[in-house]
Ligand binder design. Structure first.
Ligand code: ACO
Length: 325
């Protein structure tokens, strides 16, 4: 038995924040942002919109494509680091909102690798025969964790949600393998210092801006390119394929330079590599399901095509998935 993606959906908030808008907020400029990241604009959630709201719309679009109703879903997994609350899981909120009465639900916290970690959980759940229909979502409201006075980070990120329905199917098409890695030694290169148990919410913490994402970008860049390349090769070699067999590479959309450097090391052409980071920036766990949905709806992947996906993020975490569409 294989676990197979049978529906994709995504939702991006309406509000667009351009590089020109950012020029008015911090000491930056369109040329710098374009040259270093390739990001032109990003989407920002409305004041009354948060992670579960976006996740629900993406999930409903994926379920509609799959022809699956909410009451048929066995399990909901949400990859997110910006859930509606510190706890309970945003997946439980999604479960209630869509009315997936028989589903159990939990979140996966693996930063930008969150969606591929969640997809791996869905794959294992289905292959073990525990259930047949899983909703896997990547959704983030990163704009609420960004320091909008820090030009090093605020130009990079955005909000959004993507979802897939994963169903049990016959051998052949479906997820061929998942490869997950972590290394907690890199914690302080990319993290949010407050307000967890180590630094609980406090006025002093707010004054020190501990509630915002912190990153050492150039260090992250080097490890990201190396890890994305290695984990992609791991997936191809585990299944006896080479770069030439890949129809579409759908990587985590961090920035254009990371994507192009990784694709070059993998010998993948522009036609084989899906990039939408210029429109949305880095939406962490949402980037891959959003990109998959766009590529799917544009007809860039057809039944039988080999699709490679890889992600890298805070933790550090990194992961890849190879699947036969
Ligand atoms: N506008 C103008 N100047 C800026 C900006 C900005 N928005 N941000 C930083 N600078 C300045 C810095 O202050 C520095 O100035 P200085 O030389 O006077 O000190 C200069 O630009 C160079 O800074 P670097 O950080 O060395 O720039 P770099 O070339 O590394 O580019 C960037 C920065 C884009 C963040 C890059 O390191 C990167 O892409 N890193 C990956 C980070 C990432 O994608 N993280 C997301 C999470 S992990 C993931 O998703 C893979």
């Amino acid at each position: 038995m294989r676990a197979r993606i049978t529906g994709t959906g995504s939702y991006m908030p309406e509000k667009i924040l351009t590089n020109l808008d950012l020029e008015k907020m911090v000491d930056t400029n369109n040329e710098w942002i374009m040259a270093r990241t390739g990001i032109e604009e990003r989407r920002i959630a409305a004041d009354d919109e948060c992670t579960s709201d976006m996740a629900v719309i993406a999930a409903e679009r994926a379920m509609e494509m799959a022809g699956v109703s909410a009451d048929q879903i066995d399990l909901i997994i949400v990859g997110t680091i910006t859930g509606d609350y510190p706890w309970p899981a945003t997946a439980c909120i999604v479960q209630a909102k869509i009315g997936a009465k028989k589903a159990f639900a939990y979140d996966v916290s693996a930063a930008c690798s969150g969606f591929l970690y969640a997809l791996s959980c869905a794959n294992d759940y289905i292959r073990c025969g525990h259930g047949t229909k899983v909703l896997v979502i990547g959704a983030e409201t990163l704009s609420r964790s960004i320091d909008w006075t820090d030009r090093n980070t605020c130009v990079l990120f955005g909000d959004g949600a993507g979802a897939v329905v994963v169903e049990a199917g016959e051998d052949g098409a479906g997820i061929l393998s998942c490869h997950l890695h972590s290394d907690g030694n890199y914690l302080e290169l990319l993290y949010q210092p407050g307000f967890g148990a180590k630094h609980p919410a406090s006025t002093a913490g707010v004054d020190s801006r501990l509630q915002f994402l912190k990153m050492q970008g150039n260090e992250v860049f080097k490890v990201a390119v190396r890890s994305l390349t290695e984990v992609s090769i791991e997936a191809l070699e585990a299944n006896g394929f080479t770069h030439a067999d890949v129809k579409l590479f759908v990587p985590h959309q961090a920035n254009r330079r990371i994507l192009e450097a990784t694709a070059k090391r993998l010998h993948l052409t522009d036609e084989q590599t899906y990039i939408n980071v210029h429109k949305y920036g880095n939406t962490s766990s949402a980037t891959i399901p959003v990109a998959l949905d766009e590529a799917n709806r544009q007809g860039l992947i057809a039944s039988g095509d080999l699709v490679l996906s890889a992600a890298f993020g805070g933790g550090f975490t990194w992961a890849s998935t190879l699947l036969r569409w």
